[in-house]
Design a protein around this ligand. Sequence first.
Ligand code: PLP
Length: 396
Amino acid sequence: MIKPNMHYANLKDSYLFYNIAQKVNAYLTEHPDTHLLRMGIGDVSLPLCSSVITALHGAVDDQSAADRFHGYMPECGAPFLRETIAAHYGRRGVEITPEEVFVSSGASDELGDILDLFDRSSSALVIEPAYPAYVDANVMAGRRIVHLPSGRENGFLPEPSPKAHADLLYICSPNNPTGAVFSREQLKRWVDFANMNRSVILFDAAYEAFIEEDGLPHSIFEIDGARTCAIEICSLSKTAGFTGTRLGYTVIPKELVRHGMCFNDMWVRNRTTKTNGVSYIIQRGGAAVFTPEGQRQIMENIRYYKENARTLTKVLDRLGIWYCGGRNAPYIWLRCPDGTDSWSFFDRLLNEIQVVGTPGEGFGACGEGYFRFSTFGNSADTAEAAERLFSLLKKG
Ligand code: PLP
C-alpha cells in the first residue's frame, strides 16, 4: 500500500483563515442579513490600476495576432519582465542581474516551492508571530522548526542569538502580522549571523512597497553581505492588487552557494522541470507596475490603505489601546483590551459589532493576547468599524 507523506499528520488541525471563515459562516447562517465589516484576511479591495489594465488588454490583443502571439513562456520568466525588475532594483541602488530574477505566480507558491532547494534534514527558524505558511510548509516537509518568539520588549524585531540557530531563517519585513520593519543595522546583524553559520535567509518582502519611513530597507540586498546568504521573495499581490491576478518574483544571487551547489542554477533546473512559466498576459500586466505611471498609480492605492490605517489608529489612540504597525505596513497589531485572549476578542467583535479581525494567536503562541486588523478594506467600512469599535470599548 502506498505510504502518504505522514508529516501531514503533524499539521495543526486547521489553518487560521479556515477557522475564521467557519466562525464567520456560522454567524452569517444565523444572521443572514448582516453586513460584516471584514478586516481580517489580507485581501485587497481596490481594483488593478489603469496602467496594468491597459497592458493586460494589449497583451490579450497580442494573443489574437499570429505575429504577436505567445505560447509557452520561458520557465524562469519573460526576459522583458526580468529586465524590468532588475532595473527597478537598480533605481534603488541594488545591483542584480535579470538572470537573478525569477518570475513566479505569487509569494505563497514560491515560499512552498523554494523548499525543494534544501535538504529535508535542515531546520527552519520562524520568528513569531509569523505568516502561518512558513511553519506549515516546513511541517509538511518534515523539517525541524525553531520558533523564535518576539514581543513588545523588542518591538517584535528580535536579534539573532544562539537560540535562533537554524539552516533556514525566515525574515518577513515589513512583518505580517505585526507591521514591524527591521532597520538596516538590525538586518545587517541577521545577515552576518547567516553568513557566519552558513544558513540561508528567506526574506519575505511582500509588503516592501508600504514602507514610508526613510532609511528602512525595502530589500535585503541593500545590506552588505546579503548576496552570499539570502533569497528574496516578492509579490505584486499587495503592492499592486494582484491577489487574484497572481504574479510575484524571487531574487536568487549567483553568489549564494553551499556545499559547492549554486542555488540560482538549482532554481533554474527546478523551474525548467516543474513549471511552464507564468502567463504572457499576466507578465505584461506586471511589467506595467514598474513604469513611472504604474508606480504613481500603485502608490495612490497604497495611500488609500494608509488612510484606512490612520482611521483605525486614531480610534485606538483615543481608546488608549497599545498597537504597532499601520505606518510601514498594511496591518495594525494591537493588544486585546482588558487582558482578553485573542479568540475571545475575535468572538466579541464578531458577535457584538460585526467586525471581523484576526486573532493574534493564529500567528504563533506569542501572538496570544494580540489582534490584527487589515487595512485593505474599503474606507467606508473601515470608518464604520472604527466607530463601532470606539462605542464598544470606550470606558464609562
Ligand atoms: N508573504 C506574506 C508575509 C503574506 O502576508 C502573503 C499574503 O498574505 C504572502 C506572502 C502571499 O502572497 P501571494 O499573494 O503573492 O501568494
